[in-house]
Structures are given as C-alpha cells and as structure tokens.
Design a protein around this ligand. Structure first.
Ligand SMILES: Nc1ncnc2c1ncn2[C@@H]1O[C@H](COP(=O)(O)OP(=O)(O)OP(=O)(O)O)[C@@H](O)[C@H]1O
Length: 483
C-alpha cells in the first residue's frame, strides 16, 4: 500500500491528514520536526510527502532541498497558508509537486495525494522490456512477442535516447502510458521529473492554466500566481495523454513550445523558457480530424516519430502470452493457484474482440480469478459479452440482477476464504454503478461525474482502475460520445 508521510509540528494537522486519507488505500506516517521527517524518509521510503512550509527552526524550502537530495523523484506537497503563497511558488519552481492551503480541504487533499501517488508510480516503478525468460520482481513487464510488438520494442530502444518528441498511437488500453514510461525511463532524462497530464480528464477551461500556469488576476478566481506543469517539469519529460482532445488554441501554444521552447503564463507577458521533452498519445485518427478540431501543423510536428500500438485482436498469439502473464501475476497478488483456463473459456476469449484491449483483458481475468475456487477458470466466470463474443455491444440495463450477482460474488469470495472482502465488494459495486451511469449518459463522462457527484478526474481514474471500456457500455462504435 502506498505510504504518505506528513511532516507538520501541528498534531491536529497530522490527525486530520490521517483521518482524511483513511478511505484511500494509503498508509500515513507522521513527523513533527525536520530531522524526524528526514529519518522517516531514509528508513521508510514514503511515496508522497506532505510538508508544512512553516516548520519551526527550519524553512520548508530548506527542508525540501534536503528531501530532494535524498530522493529527487519523491512528490512533495507543501502545506501552506495564504501568506506563504510566494514560498509555495518558489517550491514548485524547485520541483515540488504541488501545494495545498490551510485550513485543509479534505476532498482536495485526497485528490492531490491520489495524483501524487500516481505520479510516484509512473516515475518510480520500472517498465521492463522483455528479455527471454526473465520476469521482473517489481514494476511492469511489457508482454508480447508478436512481430508488431517487436517493432514497438525496437522503436522504444531507438527513440528513447534521442531527445525528440514522440507520438504514441493506439486504441484505449493498448499500453500507450506504459510505452511513454518506458521511453522516459530509458532516456537521458530518466533522472529528471516525469509528469503526466490527461488532456481529456481536465475541463477545457482549466487545462491551459494547468499546463502553462497563470498570473495573479489573469481571470476571476486567479487569486495567486500559478506555476504550470511545463515550468514545473523543466529538464524533464511530460506525457500529454489524449492530445487529440486539446482545443486548437491550446494546440497552437503547445506547437510554439515545441518550436521555440518558450511560452507565457495565462495573463502574463513575461516569456518563460523551458527544456521539456514531450511524449504525446492519442486514440484518435488525428489526420482525419478537421483543421478546426486538430491543427495540421501540430500534427506534422508530432508525426516525426510515431509508435503505433496494435489492438489486442491483431496481436495473434500474444493474447495467450498476456493471459499467461496475468494469471501468474494475479496468482501472486490474490494468493490463488489458478493454472489455466478451460478449453471452452479459452476459445471464447480468443473469439472475443477485446475493444478495451490489455486493460480489459486484465480486468476480466482479475474478476474471474476472484470468483474462481478451483485451479481452472471456467466459462461461467467470464462476463456475459466475453462468453457471447459480442465485443462491442451495450450492456443491456435489464441484463442480470445486481443483487443476485453480488450475492454470487460474496458467496464465491467467502468460499475462497477472502481476507479482503470489504474492498473487493466495494470494487464490484463501483463497477456496476459506473457502468450503469455511463450507459445512461451514453458514455458522456462529464454528465456521469455530475450525476455521481464526483470530480471528472476521479471518475476517469475509477474508469481506468476498474478497466471499464466506454465503447462497451454504450451502443455502437462512435468515438464522439466518449467526450
Ligand atoms: N504489452 C503489455 N504487457 C503487459 N501489460 C500491459 C501491456 N500493455 C498494456 N498493459 C497494461 O494494461 C493496462 C492499460 O495500459 P495503458 O494505461 O498503458 O493503456 P493506454 O493505451 O494508455 O490506455 P488509455 O488510452 O485508456 O489511457 C495497464 O495496466 C498496463 O500495465
């Protein structure tokens, strides 16, 4: 479980953070002084640090420099007061991950810690390219031996050390983020920061300021200056996921950054120079998008080095290799001893179209293994559309009964002697809820987030974590209804 360290001399803040982070799957450690905090970092290697900017006897910035020396890839979120805003800006310029004002807003705290945990994972967990017979003990292995995947590995090896922009293309769940991390980790910038921005998950009006920052007073609500991700990531690598969802105005700003390595903050006239490598990704056919949706000059600029990830249905026997890999991984993670799939289950999986690609495969196998009690996964444990081989059809709202399904699920997990049933059942229910709501909104994530009463970013994270494929919860193949 990820570990968060809070360094604050105020016990009530320590307590508040511990309570606030309880619902997240995050452990919390506390330290009241700088020295105690540094000891905890050395001994416990936390994944995220929350650091009071006004510690007695040490300045927060000074302590940040010492934390950075110990672990330059440790995301630090400063806890600040409005009066220490300028120091927070300095901290971000030095590379701190983010800051949060006192009094702490619990929802905001959870969101920032969640994002920091994710960024820690992206920077820290190695992505291993396949070498015959080796299975990494930590991190993620890129699996597959098909000729298409061999080309992908070769392309990663070729482009990683060159400091050029890369465009990664492929359907949802094909491994674009994994490839972006592999490029970063094998590049000369591997010791610098890596930040990932999902352009589709951030409301249009906020994305510009998220990426480029803004000056105080630039628009109503801009009460302080904000440092954007490009400035924060100076010397590092930025992953712009779903770049096809960016507005043309923003596209022109990114194009200028690529050409001239400079930009202005929103509402500012000072030109800021940065040295950032951009890795972009999209599931869209950028070349088929009209000019008013995607600028052709940016497309040609991005098109210099392209890596295309094939859909799982075109990878031939890689499906078997992926199944074998995930069976072994989930056996380890879930304490199971599943040896394989029944002939019929395998046949249906081979026939299925896997519109959600590797992420969907992973999710289907995990759910099936959670339900299984014996050494062989049988067809009954597969979801209805894999069993029927439908692939892209809608989940009919009338299909099955949540109550009965949950009941079966609980019964199976009790029989399997689960030690984590609370979390497993919540995950199961979340999956049902999200699928139903997304189906009702025709795949519109903004609308779904509104109905659910959660932030769009959280919804997006949950969709990813649960392996939900929008194409599958709405009828038809259209891209446009996915927001
Ligand atoms: N070749 C592979 N070998 C092993 N695991 C893989 C492979 N490709 C993808 N995965 C796993 O599948 C999941 C989805 O991958 P990833 O998030 O990189 O896809 P993506 O193309 O970025 O998806 P999206 O477009 O929806 O953001 C991740 O858990 C990733 O680790």
């Amino acid at each position: 479980m990820p570990l968060t360290l809070v360094i604050d001399d105020d016990r009530s803040v320590q307590h508040l953070v511990t309570q606030a982070l309880k619902p997240l799957k995050v452990d919390v450690l506390s330290a009241a002084t700088a020295e105690e905090g540094l000891d905890q970092i050395r001994e416990r290697s936390p994944d995220v640090v929350l650091l009071d900017i006004m510690l007695p006897e040490t300045s927060g910035l000074e302590l940040y420099r010492r934390v950075f020396d110990l672990d330059p890839k440790l995301p630090v979120i400063f806890i600040t007061s409005v009066s220490s805003g300028q120091t927070a800006i300095e901290a971000i310029k030095l590379g701190a991950y983010d800051y949060i004002h006192k009094p702490l807003d619990v929802e905001q705290l959870r969101e920032k810690v969640n994002q920091a945990v994710e960024i820690r994972r992206l920077m820290h967990d190695p992505v291993v390219l396949p070498h015959a017979g080796t299975e990494p003990t930590e991190g993620d292995l890129l699996v597959g031996n098909s000729p298409q995947m061999m080309e992908v590995y070769k392309a990663i090896g070729r482009v990683a050390p060159q400091d050029v922009t890369v465009l990664i293309r492929g359907e949802s769940g094909t491994g674009k983020e994994l490839v972006a991390r592999a490029i970063y980790q094998h590049s000369r910038r591997a010791h610098g920061p890596f930040l990932a921005i999902n352009c589709a998950a951030i409301p249009e009006g906020l994305l510009e300021s998220e990426l480029f920052g803004h000056e105080k007073g630039a628009f109503s609500g801009a009460v302080t200056t904000r440092i954007g991700k490009f400035e924060q990531c100076d010397g590092g690598t930025i992953f712009l996921d779903e770049i096809g969802d960016m507005t043309p105005v923003l596209q022109s700003k990114v194009l200028r950054l690529l050409q001239e390595k400079q930009f202005e903050r929103v509402g500012g006239n000072k030109t800021i120079k940065v040295d950032v490598r951009i890795i972009a990704a999209t599931h869209r056919d950028l070349e088929k998008m009209p000019e008013e949706k995607f600028r052709s000059d940016l497309y040609y600029r991005l098109n210099g080095f392209v890596i295309t990830l094939p859909p799982v249905r075109d990878r031939g026997d890689d499906l078997l290799v992926l199944i074998d890999h995930f069976l072994r991984r989930f056996n380890r993670e879930l304490g199971k001893q599943v040896q394989g799939l029944s002939g019929d289950a395998l046949k249906r999986m081979m026939r299925y179209g896997w519109p959600g690609n590797v992420r969907e495969l992973q999710s289907v196998l995990r759910q099936a293994m959670l339900q299984s009690t014996g050494p062989v996964l049988i067809t009954d444990f597969l979801p209805a559309d894999v069993r029927s081989g439908r692939g892209r059809d809608a989940v009919s709202p009338g299909e099955g009964s949540v109550g009965t399904d949950l009941d079966h699920f609980i019964r199976d997990r009790l029989a399997a002697d689960s030690k984590d049933l609370y979390a497993e059942a919540i995950e199961f229910l979340e999956g049902v809820l999200l699928r139903r709501v997304l189906s009702a909104t025709g795949g519109n994530q903004s609308r779904a987030a509104e109905i659910l009463g959660i932030a769009r970013g959280s919804l997006r994270n949950k969709i990813r974590a649960l392996g939900i494929t929008i194409d599958r919860v709405v009828s038809g193949d259209s891209d446009d209804d996915t927001d």
